[in-house]
Ligand binder design. Structure first.
Ligand code: ZN
Length: 98
């Protein structure tokens, strides 16, 4: 079971599902191919194989973020895992210190 079903404080499940679908469509788009062509993680700048790049929302959906091109960035699995394990504030601190 994926994580979002356990987040009871999510604003609106239907809305988040819609944004997730939008993100999935964007991931198939030319725009995303170009965005990930360099293969660099947006956060740590490490070169990452395309299959290991995930699509990350800068402002999380649960915090009112949307699946728009300026809110979606390529993110390596290790940053993604760190982000998931941290509170939003901890993650912001982590980025500042990078
Ligand atoms: Zn990274």
């Amino acid at each position: 079971m994926s994580r979002e079903f356990l987040d009871f404080d999510a604003p609106d499940g239907a809305e988040i599902r819609r944004e997730k679908n939008k993100a999935r469509d964007l991931r198939k788009s030319r725009w995303w191919q170009q965005k990930t062509a360099s293969g660099n993680c947006y956060f740590c700048k490490k070169k990452t194989a395309f299959k290991n790049l995930t699509m990350d929302h800068l402002v999380p959906l649960a915090r009112g973020g949307r699946s728009t091109k300026d809110n979606l960035v390529p993110c390596c699995k290790s940053c993604n895992n760190k982000k998931k394990s941290m509170l939003p504030l901890e993650w912001e601190e982590y980025l500042k210190n990078m």
